[in-house]
Design a binder for this molecule. Structure first.
Ligand SMILES: Cc1cc2nc3c(=O)[nH]c(=O)nc-3n(C[C@H](O)[C@H](O)[C@H](O)COP(=O)(O)O)c2cc1C
Length: 332
């Protein structure tokens, strides 16, 4: 398969904007968040948070959490994480049967439990096993498979080997979050490694890590030459970030309105499941708001006033937060 075919998997839009992906974020970036941010739009695909494939996995019942058309018409890829080659392949087949158009393999999760079981980032210690798992999944399904990885486990000594193993497996592209497992979220993502991956690989590389603004996005594209961008926390802090990037390329000014931010929060509330307790709903709304309040200094100074809310009414929490959000939004 030629490079051209690979590149077609992450097409630029008609204005030359690179493919934009919403990152998987287990816990925070759940279905209500995805549906809320999809109502704003601007990204080309989202990757669902990891579906763990444990040793004794009952594939069919585990796979039910994946709903292919959750944010249609925006595609939602399924991400799987595990170390049992055959079970990973079976899970990929099941997800394809459930309508997935793309499978992503998680070789980056830093969780202690996950790594203790030989999955996630711990596979970066063994490029041969990484390649074996990815190859078997690629063979098992007819849809494209990609890999999301960190730059290494303890250090980057196997960085090149892991990249070549990933490419050798036949995946369509890799997404690189250039921090090691032990770095978790410390220091800055080392974007120079994304540029290095580009120089080593023929398949496309999606850059990920610490994109918090349009300028960060443009700088990552320029400094690394990556083929697409994946944004996680930056989209929680600023749900308009994808539209801001897209409109930069279309040379049209993108004006976000405060009412759109309110609609985003209302959509989030509306999508919280009916059967979860009010206390949980309040905590989830606070969690989403806590990211919005990291948006700028004005918001940051009012963050605790909102997060310390002790009541039990979603509307009351909204009424408390909205004036602060409005002030921060209008002065940014
Ligand atoms: C709360 C949280 C949960 C995450 N869950 C996943 C996950 O399920 N799968 C995955 O590959 N990465 C996961 N990540 C990593 C992100 O996808 C992303 O690689 C990382 O946050 C760096 O990108 P960012 O700086 O744009 O946030 C998670 C990150 C956060 C903050």
């Amino acid at each position: 398969m030629g490079i051209k075919t690979f590149m077609n998997f992450l097409p630029k839009d008609t204005n030359g904007c690179p493919f934009l992906l919403l990152a998987p974020m287990e816990g925070v970036g759940d279905a209500p968040f995805r549906k809320a941010i999809a109502s704003i739009g601007g990204f080309d695909e989202a990757i669902k948070d990891f579906l763990r494939v444990p040793k004794n996995a009952h594939i069919k019942s585990l796979a039910k959490v994946y709903i292919a058309n959750e944010i249609a018409p925006i595609p939602l890829a399924a991400q799987i994480m595990g170390s049992d080659v055959e079970l990973m392949a079976q899970m990929a087949i099941e997800l394809e049967n459930r309508g997935a158009l793309h499978i992503d393999l998680n070789f980056g999760c830093p969780s202690k439990i996950v790594n203790g079981r030989g999955s996630g980032a711990s596979l970066l210690k063994n490029p041969a096993i990484l390649e074996k798992i990815a190859k078997r999944v690629v063979e098992a399904v007819s849809i494209p498979v990609s890999i999301k990885m960190r730059s290494g486990y303890h250090d980057i000594s196997l960085f090149k080997e892991n990249l070549l193993a990933a490419e050798g497996s036949g995946v369509k592209y890799i997404t690189l979050h250039p921090r090691t497992k032990v770095q978790e979220y410390d220091s800055s993502a080392n974007w120079a490694l994304i540029a290095e991956a580009k120089s080593i690989l023929k398949i496309p590389v999606v850059g990920n890590g610490d994109i918090f603004s349009l300028n960060d996005a443009l700088r990552m594209l320029k400094d690394t030459g990556c083929d697409g961008l994946m944004i996680g926390r930056g989209a929680l802090i600023n749900p308009f970030i994808f539209n801001q990037i897209k409109s930069h390329f279309s040379k049209k000014e993108y004006k976000s309105f405060f009412c759109d931010l309110v609609k985003y929060l209302e959509k989030y509330i509306c999508e919280l499941a009916d059967d979860i307790q009010m206390r949980t709903k309040i905590n989830k709304l606070k969690q989403i708001m806590s990211f919005l309040f990291q948006g700028n200094e004005i918001l940051l100074k009012n963050r605790m006033a909102v997060l310390s809310y002790k009541g039990t009414e979603l509307q009351e929490l909204m009424d408390l937060a909205i004036p602060f959000l409005k002030e921060g939004f209008e002065k940014c």
